[in-house]
Write a protein that binds this ligand. Sequence first.
Ligand code: 6GU
Length: 224
Amino acid sequence: MRIDIITCLPKLLESFFAHSILKRAADKGLVEVYVHDLREFSTHKQRQTDDYAFGGGAGMVMMIEPIDNCISKLKAERDYNNIIYMTPDGENFSQRVANKLSLSGNIIILCGHYKGVDERVREQFITMEISIGDYVLSGGELAAAVVSDAIIRLIPGVLSDETSALTDSFQDDLLAPPVYTRPAEYKGWKVPDILLSGHEAEINKWRMEQSLKRTKIRRPGLID
Ligand code: 6GU
């Protein structure tokens, strides 16, 4: 899988992808992430990428030309499954969307800034718009990092224990059950006996009950 991220703040994203699971996924050749500096695609004197809004009002708008230059160059090199625009008025991101996107070959993620992009960018180039929640961030970069992380960890081979993504919260519309590790007793606080019993079927049954109970209490909306 290949992810091309277009941003005015490349440094912010480069440090994110240079660490942890995402770095290991790239080192193993399971994903390639390229961060493109939008300024390099500007033909203006000061490598300008935004301008005042037609009709007036506060806030700058990202110009179509540098975005067109960058996206068109990438599209000439390979096909993309989706060209995603990160925006608070996009579709809500969820595990379901992450699962679907993790099956992509190549995607482009465009990070918005200021008052957003010229509407013609959305009409002409964008195939999908994603929001990560009902709050406003200063830019789409952190949101792009969130979406990339959720997608990349689903690619087979990225997690060391391949089954562990399957038991995540949300993977089957249930929250994950509680987990414990050694010691079995700490300051008198005990691990549930069932987990020490060695009865795999009973343990799985307990975990499912705990998942259901936790989901009903914390996120009842997930059950229907
Ligand atoms: Cl994708 N971008 C921005 N700027 N704010 C957000 C968001 C995205 N998702 C939630 N808030």
